[in-house]
Ligand binder design. Structure first.
Ligand SMILES: [Zn+2]
Length: 508
């Protein structure tokens, strides 16, 4: 009886879902996504042909490089290429063989053409109010042609001494500084001494050990500035530089994905308009403190958070500062081993949303708390794979848990009820762990499902919730779908994924 009933209800839900899909006319956005798919397909064929040509000529390595060029095809992760800094990478050295030169010229011609076509699609997307997609396409175009000046300009780069640099970097470089991954921005003339293990301590120089001892004794620590962050730590200079570098990457990705959160439509349009002067948002530094161990972190925050012991980092809005700590690491291990990147990205994402927009003091309290946590959990997945930064995926611990709970445990709070929950509802609910994973799953679905057709709706959802202008039907209204049809679409999205790994969840 139970089975037939649930089958029947499942059939009804499925039928309703099909009806909704059939009734809703294809949005212009979907046509745009279809056009992008066609363009990529066509490009893939051209690259395949070029690779076959290479094989005929015996250029095996060239064939491999050509085939490997397209980023992996996937609908559940965002691949963000790491751009070259040097200008002129698209020309081959003079001593290359004639046939290799021929291949390279053909390859670069294909890439330049693809860059122009993606740029055209990006301009179309921005005119349709699809800012997130537009920036994504523009960035893909830049990956094809990293020396495209108009595209570089959109992302705030300008040519300087044979390299693409941001305005902030140009100012630093002009004043004789360089960035070093171990030491941060330092005067170029000091690099050799830094590398010999010396540190400046006006008016003299100290050994790195002595400098470390004195700073810890005086409780001074290190302050390190990057373009968008002011990092303080009493761990080490290298630790500060590491945090600064990781957070700059987070900022780059956050600012593209959520561009419509902090820029209005007209400002995004002006980025794409070659006639107008590029709109450059005023750079702002966000404060981050990373204590050298958990004890210091607990001590510093006990007054603010009675349960500080169970947290691994937190953003404190009224101090406009995010707090973290380095974990224990084997002696001699670098700061990488001691940094909890997941928490760093999660809390700093909260910070960026909070500090880069007019935020209502009651954001997420009346309802829609899911989107605040969902966005932070999504950015938490940031990692590097080869020449790409990667976000999302179905195999992150939270996504695996979300799939388990929905598909195996049948735990699910329908979206009408789920989106109505505010911060206090979450905190007072014994199911809080499962609620977090559902928010992670829903956010992943909105960003990736069907080529990202709900991605812009998610960003506008964040905007409304942080501003405090959200209503209970917010998500349904922005996606143009009813709550029950979104419930069903989410279920089908999870079901269409490859099977779950054989794994037992430890904590439910
Ligand atoms: Zn959070």
């Amino acid at each position: 009886m139970k089975t037939s009933q649930s089958l029947l209800s499942r059939w009804i839900v499925a039928a309703t879902w099909l009806m909704v899909v059939a009734i809703s006319a294809p949005a212009t956005g979907d046509e745009l996504i279809a056009a992008v798919h066609r363009k990529l397909e066509n490009y893939r064929e051209n690259l395949d042909q070029l690779a076959a040509w290479c094989e005929e000529k015996g250029l095996t390595e060239a064939a491999q490089r050509t085939r490997a060029w397209l980023r992996p095809v996937t609908d559940n992760r965002l691949f963000i290429p790491i751009l070259p800094v040097k200008i002129g990478g698209m020309t081959l050295p003079d001593n290359a063989l004639a046939e290799a030169r021929d291949w390279y010229q053909r390859w670069m011609a294909l890439r330049r053409q693809q860059a122009e076509e993606l740029f055209a699609l990006a301009r179309g997307a921005v005119r349709q109010g699809r800012a997130g997609l537009a920036l994504d396409l523009a960035f893909q175009a830049l990956h094809e042609n990293p020396d495209h000046e108009a595209l570089r300009r959109i992302f705030g780069f300008q040519p300087y001494a044979g390299e693409w640099r941001t305005r902030y970097e140009v100012q630093r470089l002009r004043s004789g500084q360089i960035w070093d991954d171990r030491f941060g921005w330092i005067p170029k003339a000091h690099l050799a001494r830094y590398e010999r293990g010396e540190r400046p301590a006006e008016p003299r120089w100290l050994s790195a050990e002595e400098d470390q001892r004195l700073r810890q004794e005086r409780n001074a620590g290190w302050r390190l500035d990057t373009e968008h962050f002011q990092v303080w730590t009493d761990h080490s200079l290298e630790g500060a530089a590491l945090v600064g570098r990781k957070l700059e990457t987070l900022y780059q990705l956050w600012s593209r994905l959520f561009v419509r959160y902090y820029l209005i439509e007209a400002q995004v349009l002006s980025l794409f308009d070659a006639r107008s002067r590029a709109f450059a948002p005023r750079p702002m530094q966000h404060k981050v403190m990373v204590f050298r161990n958990r004890d210091e972190y607990n001590e510093a925050l006990r007054g603010r958070a009675p349960q500080v012991e169970i947290t691994s980092g937190m953003y404190v809005g009224d101090r406009r500062t995010a707090f973290f700590f380095f974990r224990d690491a084997p002696p001699g291990a670098g700061p990488e081993k001691a940094l909890d990147e997941t928490t760093l990205y999660h809390e700093t994402t909260h910070q960026l949303f909070f500090e880069l927009g007019p935020v209502s003091p009651t954001a997420g309290q009346r309802g829609n708390f899911w989107v605040i946590e969902g966005a932070a959990m999504y950015m938490e997945t940031l990692r590097q794979e080869g020449d790409f930064h990667v976000l999302g995926g179905i195999d992150s611990p939270r996504m695996i848990a979300a799939r388990f709970r929905r598909l195996q445990d049948d735990f699910y709070i329908p979206l009408r009820e789920f989106t109505a929950m505010g911060m206090a509802d979450w905190q007072n609910d014994p199911r809080i762990g499962a609620i977090y994973t559902q928010a992670a799953g829903i956010t992943n679905f909105l960003i990736h499902h069907d080529g990202g057709k709900y991605r812009d709706a998610l960003v506008l959802c964040l905007l409304a919730v942080y501003r405090g202008t959200d209503t209970p039907d917010l998500l349904a209204r922005l996606t143009g779908q009813s709550f029950p049809s979104l419930d069903e679409e989410y279920l089908q999205y999870l079901k269409a994924m490859p099977p779950l790994p054989p794994l037992k969840l430890e904590s439910r």
